[in-house]
Design a protein. Structure first.
Length: 327
């Protein structure tokens, strides 16, 4: 019976789920399918149990119990258990169509609040409601609630999550429904706290990947087999390996970006973690290469291409991300 419910839920949720991009832009590796969610108690922070995550060891969100919070002050409670999609709150591309935050508030502020709690659990819950815009009763915006709210708005806008801190993962039912008091139309979306994992792997430069292909001269790195040296590189008319070996004559931004992009892709295939900044550069690069050729791209795109190449260069050299591999 449970299997039938799961299959039916998958079919229904698939109709409404936001279609993900090729890259997750969040700090977590998320399970791609709905997971079963149970709310085990009624007082914050709630114990929220996740199950039915297949092969959960490959993800940063796994089967087990998590601390959780209400997202909506007037949503129906207790929250309805069932199969739900989970979303990393730092993956803005995926959650933007699903959740609308108040003007001047972003999810970095929410994560700042979760990592800088003061006062009682109920005060934390109330501050979270205010920050998310689902609580407007100003008589409770005082004391520790007001302090946490103001602190998050003032200092949390560019909060850089690091390993060991917690990040909000959103349990999606129907998003935020504004401040309507009609609870019959407001399902309660909840969120859980997930620990940001350590960065994995390490990175290598384009020079390494250029010399460690099937063509040598250095020993072959079989990471290349996951992409293929002879695979056609987007609309370039030539292969990944040839693009990597092509010098950027006259500062050709296409090749400057491709040089770093190819190395970054190979580093990721080899197991290196990314960061939101790196993924944003990868997303730009893929859009660029899917649109333009080495000899035909707008002059206005040159600066953007070079700026994103700089981000990937920093990643490949180990200045951002998990760090450069030891020699």
């Amino acid at each position: 019976m449970k299997k039938k419910v799961f299959l039916l839920t998958m079919m229904v949720l698939a109709l409404f789920a936001f279609v993900p991009s090729a890259w997750s832009q969040g700090v977590l590796d998320m399970p791609p399918n709905p997971v079963y969610v149970r709310h085990l108690n009624l007082d914050p922070p709630f114990t929220i149990r996740l199950s039915d995550i297949s092969n959960d060891s490959q993800y940063d969100v796994r089967n087990g119990d998590y601390d959780g919070w209400c997202s909506e002050h007037n949503g129906t409670w207790p929250a309805v258990d069932g199969y739900r999609f989970l979303y990393d709150s730092t993956d803005s591309a995926k959650i933007a169509p699903l959740y609308t935050l108040p003007f001047g508030v972003n999810w970095n502020m929410v994560n700042y609040l979760l990592n800088n709690k003061i006062g009682t659990d109920m005060e934390v819950q109330t501050a979270l409601w205010f920050l998310l815009g689902t609580q407007k009763s100003s008589d409770v915006l005082q004391g520790n609630v007001l302090t946490m709210y103001n602190d998050a708005k003032t200092n949390g806008g560019n909060f850089p999550l690091t390993p060991g801190q917690v990040v909000a993962v959103l349990i999606y039912i129907d998003g935020f429904k504004g401040l309507s008091q009609d609870q019959s139309v407001r399902n309660q979306d909840t969120l859980i706290e997930v620990t940001v994992p350590p960065l994995r792997g390490c990175t290598l430069t384009p020079g390494y990947w250029k010399t460690h292909s099937t063509y040598g001269p250095a020993p072959y790195d079989d990471t290349w087999a996951k992409i293929g040296e002879e695979t056609t590189f987007y609309k370039s008319g030539t292969t990944w390996y040839n693009v990597l070996r092509t010098p950027p004559k006259k500062g050709n931004a296409y090749y400057i970006l491709a040089f770093q992009y190819i190395a970054a892709r190979l580093n990721i295939e080899a197991g290196a973690s990314t960061t939101p900044q790196v993924v944003a550069a990868l997303v730009f690069a893929e859009s660029f290469f899917n649109t333009y050729t080495p000899t035909d791209f707008p002059a206005a795109q040159r600066t953007l291409a070079i700026n994103n190449a700089k981000v990937l260069d920093s990643y490949n050299n180990g200045y951002i991300g998990p760090g450069h591999c030891s020699d």
